[in-house]
Design a protein around this ligand. Structure first.
Ligand code: V47
Length: 364
């Protein structure tokens, strides 16, 4: 190293100053920060960015998760939720079951119904449309965030129709937005190891672009803390940022902490410091996606509270029963009451703000 080469600490300080002044970080700069920035400096800069955008607000939603089938023709190595078609333990809810379950919760002021399931080859498109119509009728006060890009691709491929048409039919039947699942990590080499049967990252992005073009906002996720590197993470964030520059349709980014039990991928899951670094980097790098979720169900409540100090501004919701992370050993509660949710946010020093799925504040 000659006298002109900046030391890693100086390089990080200069990049953090750049972020503070509102300048966009390049992927190379993000990688330098990820690998070398002192954790405290990284989180402090992310906290500043968060305060500028959202003050001390931490959003939450009164929601319920509906997982209508665990039957899936894919066999993602990290997934502990799915059952192969025809295998014991496979379970599919009828539309009537779903409605009855929501009717039993009709005393709760639920604002979001989050619906995702496996790729069950036996379910016709009509089932999805009936479900949306019936759920809209049952819960008119709630917005429906449903079906990942992976499910949209499955419906399009098995019916031989364009994704655009599937999305249009779902929207017509009551869909408000798409959740961010199925993104995993976009690197083709990693997908080959993690989820070889799943659609490519490119197709995931293209379906989200199509949804945005139809006026359907979407979320985006990244599964982290398994076999991916920092370069893979930065490339993933970069692809999301590039698409957001074109469409503006992403509402919230959700880093999903890998849960290691009961699945075929033998990896350990992220430690607490990695959780904070991923959150902070996402806040600084994704300058065009408004919201960053500390998903308590996968992070655990304590790490999610700390993530609110590393750039996150959303805590997600009541959920009522989380199944995907818990099948893989998540040791968080399966659901929280509204009071518990607010208390967790306020105990972290933030202002709890109830929201709709698309982040409009709810006033009661
Ligand atoms: O796509 C599967 C992930 C996702 C594991 O959009 C796992 O608001 C951790 O996308 N460890 C589904 N994660 C969850 C999801 C989500 C959740 C909450 C809010 C939103 C939103 C989206 O769960 C899957 C997959 O990436 N997943 N197995 C596991 N072992």
């Amino acid at each position: 190293m000659n006298a002109m080469t900046p030391l890693p600490g100086d390089a990080c300080a200069a990049i953090l100053d750049k972020a503070r002044s509102g300048e966009r970080l390049s992927p190379d700069e993000a990688l330098i920060l990820a690998l070398s920035a002192p954790l405290h400096d990284l989180c402090a800069a992310a906290m500043e960015a968060r305060l500028q955008k959202h003050g001390r607000n931490a959003y939450y939603v009164h929601n319920v998760h509906v997982n209508f089938t665990n039957v899936c023709v894919n066999a993602c190595r990290f997934c502990a939720f799915y059952k192969k078609h025809g295998a014991p333990g496979g379970r599919t809810l009828s539309v009537d079951d779903i409605v009855a379950d929501l009717a039993a919760k009709s005393h709760l002021p639920i604002r979001e119904i989050h619906i995702v399931g496996g790729l069950n080859p036996e379910l016709p498109l009509e089932y999805y449309l009936d479900m949306l119509r019936a759920v809209s009728r049952q819960c008119p006060q709630a917005g429906i965030k449903a079906f990942t890009a992976v499910e949209v691709a499955h419906l399009a491929d098995t019916r031989g129709v364009a994704e655009f048409e599937i999305l249009a039919a779902l929207k017509e039947a009551g869909l408000m937005m798409l959740p961010g699942g199925g993104a995993e990590v976009f690197s083709p080499a990693l997908r080959e190891k993690l989820c070889p049967e799943k659609i490519s990252g490119e197709r995931w992005l293209q379906i989200h672009a199509t949804a945005h073009g139809q006026g359907l906002p979407t979320n985006a996720t990244m599964l982290f803390g398994h076999i991916e590197s920092w370069s893979d993470r930065v490339a993933h964030l970069s692809a999301l940022r590039d698409l957001q520059d074109l469409t503006g349709g992403f509402t919230c980014f959700i880093p999903l902490a890998y849960q290691p039990a009961n699945n075929a991928l033998k990896a350990s899951g992220p430690d607490g410091l990695t959780v904070l670094r991923v959150m902070a980097l996402a806040r600084l790098f994704l300058d065009n996606i408004p919201h960053l979720k500390a998903y308590w169900a996968m992070l655990g409540i304590k790490a999610a509270q700390m993530a609110l100090w590393a750039g996150a501004d959303d805590f997600d919701g009541t959920i009522i029963e989380e199944r995907i992370g818990h099948a893989a050993g998540a040791d968080s509660p399966k659901g929280l009451t509204l009071t518990e949710l607010r208390q967790a946010i306020e105990a972290a020093g933030m202002v709890a703000v109830e929201r709709t799925p698309d982040f409009r504040p709810v006033s009661r």
